[in-house]
Write a protein that binds this ligand. Sequence first.
Ligand code: AMP
Length: 213
Amino acid sequence: MRVILLGPPGAGKGTQAERLAEHLGASRISSGDLFRQHTLKSTELGVLAKSYMDRGALVPDDVTIKMVMNWIIEPEQVRGFVLDGFPRTLGQAAALDQALTETGGIDKVLYIKVPREELVVRLSERLVCRLCQTPYSVNNSRLEKEGKCDKCGGQLYQRGDDKLVAVQKRLEVYSEQTEPLVGYYRGRGVLEEIDGEDSVSKVGDALTQAVAV
Ligand code: AMP
């Protein structure tokens, strides 16, 4: 099964993509994580991506499409995949359609809806692991070691683009460039809306149900 998780920044796509991919026995890719890995290694792509990410802008389509397509054509992706954070523009969606025409296209687009006010709070309170990218909330006092990831022990930090100015820009960019994808996929009959305000486990259940039908 090939699934896209669509939704604004802070909707919980990363957390849910991991759970859903495990449930489906599929691979998962986050374009944002790929860019951050390149940034960490200071590759040419990472340096370029960082200049856009830091100000909450999208990395240009040609670069993003090339990076994700290189992943999609890897042999293990025949088992299916969950895409998190891609596509984010109509140009990226068209490129994805074109790449998948011969093999049947996208099966489901799960659109996680969360009100804007809630997103601002979630993003400005978020910390992520520098190594495995697992998200935590600043208010989470149940960490085994303060400031360290419970899963891998990596250092927790606030992403530069989770600072308020960048968050506002990211939400603006989302409305202008990514939200039109809702109509695009609804028109293709593959879109399903999920209430993203519920708990992580309830949203996870709703997503699992949506891929079962
Ligand atoms: P994310 O981790 O999905 O919130 O993405 C973080 C940042 O990476 C975004 O604000 C963009 O700068 C960049 N990015 C991630 N995915 C894409 C994409 N599909 N197209 C363009 N830029 C992207």
